[in-house]
Write a protein that binds this ligand. Structure first.
Ligand code: SF4
Length: 482
């Protein structure tokens, strides 16, 4: 019997993808995913340092697992991710039952560290300060059969004063374009239809190997991958957004009409204090050019309310940009101190009640705009990539759910005269109703187009979890085909 594992993930998409790698590494080392309801032999916490009190929550969760470990001889606990990078040996001091602490730059060491901890019967702490080369060859265990994340860079060369990423993930490391494309081709051969290129600042991609146009070129190269139907990316930084990327988006058939571009604040003064080097006018200019090139693009953003020193006039400037930009949706955050960031020590913190009040006004405005924008979709025919787990009420409403090309969530009624579409299949349907955060299509959808993504999803259902194959990053996987 192989040893079983469970990975618990906190935080951002980068961590979600790192967890796929951790799972892939463990499976390559002979571990298998723990069956539901059983206690695993290894629990890995992939932590996040972004939220306030993240450490308190981690120690609470660790304490809970420690009691399971006490009753299960041989069980091991590993802690990785940003909080591990930040707190290091402190973790073993506070939680002596932890067996392994590893950082964001040495994810690949986990199986060896677990083995060493077992043999030496002693906690192993290994944190590297920087990444030497992009870890292209780490295996990954993908969570979806038809959609995948593809990391193109890690780390960030910017120094936004609210962000812990530069301190914990280090300088930007770019992955070689050939490695990225090989990984994408391998994924597509496995049935993946949609990829999301992932980096802290995707459009500075190439800075490390001296090609400022590398990101646009990468998008265009994705257009040549046969069978790849949808390409998305997250997140671009407005300061390094260049027009060649807009042209590449508009001219590459499988790059989706969608842009998620963090605004953070509409006030130039706040942007300056955040050390984000663009201004509101530049941000709006990019949106204008994106819309000119792709009139149907859905634009989404991130906004922080109540950054230290934010005045009512600064906040009003954010509302102005929101009105002008007409976002399809936004992730909104009330500023909270993130330990280790410069802004946490700024003296002019905004009182919490002021932050909450502004936040309420911002969310109300965003809802109104998102809803207006969504209503424009009514009557339009959309292509939906059917998804798993997107529609919480699907069982009751007898609808299925998926994402349109612009990434809007669509709940639709399947065609009663055709086989039910599988996750990964594609239907077209006409929008009949719009809500601020989703669309409904109540006329019957088209006969589904059965795709390789749907085949891959179906094949994955038939495989027991323990034998799910790892997919290599950048290299064809070895072993028997699925
Ligand atoms: S661009 Fe700014 S917010 Fe984004 S990762 Fe870099 S430092 Fe953080």
């Amino acid at each position: 019997m192989s040893r079983t594992y469970e990975v618990r993930t906190y935080g951002c998409q980068m961590n979600v993808h790192d967890s796929e790698r951790l799972a892939g590494l463990l499976e390559d080392a002979g571990y298998s995913r723990v069956p539901a309801g059983e206690a695993p032999d290894v629990v890995v916490f992939n932590t996040c340092a972004v939220r306030e009190n993240a450490d308190n929550r981690l120690y609470g969760n660790l304490g809970h697992v420690a009691s399971v470990k006490a009753a299960k001889p041989g069980m091991q606990i590993a802690v990785g991710g940003c909080l591990a990078q930040k707190d290091r040996a402190e973790i073993v001091r506070k939680a002596p039952y932890v067996d392994v602490v590893f950082g964001t730059h040495n994810v690949g060491s986990l199986p060896v560290l677990l083995e060493r901890a077992r043999v030496e019967q002693e906690a192993q702490v290994e944190i590297l300060e920087a990444l030497d080369v992009f870890p292209s060859t780490l295996p990954a265990r993908r969570e979806s059969a038809y959609a995948a994340w593809v990391a193109i860079a890690v780390g960030c060369n910017n120094t936004c004063t609210f962000c812990i990423v530069p301190a914990l993930r280090g300088k930007e490391k770019d992955r070689r374009p050939g490695d990225i494309l090989r990984e994408i081709e391998t994924l597509v051969a496995d049935g993946v239809l949609e990829i999301t290129l992932l980096g802290q600042n995707v459009n500075s991609y190439g800075v490390e190997f001296g090609d400022k146009l590398a990101f646009g070129k990468l998008l265009r190269a994705c257009g040549d991958v046969e069978g790849l139907e949808r390409v998305r990316f997250t997140s671009p930084h407005p300061a390094s957004f260049t027009d060649d990327v807009i042209a590449a988006m508009a001219e590459t058939h499988n790059v989706m009409p969608q842009l998620h571009m963090p605004l953070q604040s509409g006030s130039d003064e706040v942007l300056r204090r955040m050390r984000r080097s663009y201004r509101a006018e530049r941000y709006l200019g990019i949106i204008e050019r994106v819309r000119a090139a792709m009139p149907d693009a859905a634009i989404t953003t991130d906004i922080i309310v109540g950054f230290p020193g934010e005045t009512e006039a600064d906040f009003a400037a954010t509302l102005d940009v929101v009105r002008e930009a007409r976002f399809a949706s936004a992730f909104t955050f009330q500023y909270s101190k993130r330990p280790g960031t410069p802004a946490a020590d700024y003296p002019d913190q905004v009182p919490p009640q002021v932050v909450t009040e502004r936040y309420g006004r911002l969310v109300a405005l965003l809802e109104e705009i998102s809803w207006d924008e969504a209503k424009k979709q009514v009557g339009r025919e959309v292509e939906v990539l059917v998804a798993t787990g997107e529609g919480k009420k699907d069982a009751v409403t007898r609808r299925l759910s998926g994402r349109a090309r612009d990434n809007r969530l669509v709940h639709f009624v399947p065609n009663p005269d055709a086989p039910e579409p599988r996750p990964g299949d594609i239907v077209t349907t006409t929008i009949t109703y719009a809500a601020p955060h989703h669309l409904v299509a109540d006329g019957p959808a088209s006969v589904p187009r059965r795709t390789r993504g749907g085949d891959a999803w179906e094949a994955a259902q038939a495989r027991p979890a323990e034998t799910t194959r790892a997919v290599s990053l950048g290299m064809p996987s070895l072993g028997a085909p699925a």
